[in-house]
Ligand binder design. Sequence first.
Ligand code: ATP
Ligand code: MG
Length: 251
Amino acid sequence: MVVKKAAKKKPEVVKSASNEERIATGIKNFDSLVEGGFEKNSINLIVGSSGSGKSIFAVEFLIEGIKKGENCLYITFEEGKDEFYANMLEFGWDLAKYEKEGKFFFLEYTPEKVKTMLEEGGGTIESVVLTKNIKRIVIDSITSFELLFEKELEKRESALSLFNMLSKWECTALLTYEGTPSPEKKVTSRVLDFESDSIVLLYFIREKKRRNRYLEVLKMRGTKHSLSIYPFTIEKTGIIVSNQTYEGELK
Ligand SMILES: Nc1ncnc2c1ncn2[C@@H]1O[C@H](COP(=O)(O)OP(=O)(O)OP(=O)(O)O)[C@@H](O)[C@H]1O
Ligand SMILES: [Mg+2]
C-alpha cells in the first residue's frame, strides 16, 4: 500500500517487464540499459581496475537515493574521509552536508568490526542500517573485505554471510570489486559471481596514446539488459554513458 503511494508520487520509480520495482542509479544513460535500474533489494557488483570509476559510480548511485529521500550508507576500508569528501565535492556531491542532515552515513570498517559483524550477525553496521532506515548501501571495496580472510574457505563463508546479511536488510546494495575485467576470464571469485544479482564491468583501456573508459553489463538477473559495450566519460556532473555502442574489440 505504502509502496504503491510512493510509486505514484514519484514517477521515476520504474517497473520493468518482470514487474520488479527498479532502483534508478541516476547515472546518465545507464538505467535505460537495465530496464530502469537495479532490482529493488538486489546485491550488485561493479568490477574495474584502479581508477576505472568504481567509487564515483557508487557514490552517484547513493546521491540519486538521497535526492529521492532514501537514506544511504557508504562503507569503506580506506581511511581519508576528508579527501574522499573533497573529491566527491568536485561533482557537486556534498557528502558532509548530507551527513549532517542524517541522510548519508559513512562507516570505516576495520577488520575487527567486520569480524564482529559476521559473528554477531550484524553488529554496528546492522544497527546503523536499521535505526537510520538505510535504503542504499555501498561497500567500497569488497576486495579489501576478501583480503581480511586468509583461507579460501573463510573467504567464501564470510562472503556468504555478508550476502545473507545484506539480503536480510532489505536495501539495494552496490559492492565494488577491484580487478581488471577481461572478455575472456573471470575476475571475481566464484562465490561473488554467483551470489550477486548483477555484475557491471568498467574497463579502463589504453588504446594508442590514451586510455578510454567502457562499460558492460555482464549479468543482471530478471532483466533483459543491453548486451553491448558503451564508452563512458567522467564529467563535472558525474558519469555519462554514451548512447552509442562501442563496436571495437576490448582487449
Ligand atoms: N572531478 C573529476 N573530473 C573528471 N574525472 C575525474 C574527477 N575526479 C576523478 N576523476 C577520474 O576518476 C578516476 C578515479 O575514479 P574512482 O575513484 O571512481 O576510481 P576507482 O575505480 O574507485 O579506483 P580505486 O580502485 O583506486 O579506488 C581518477 O583517476 C580520474 O581519472
Ligand atoms: Mg575507489
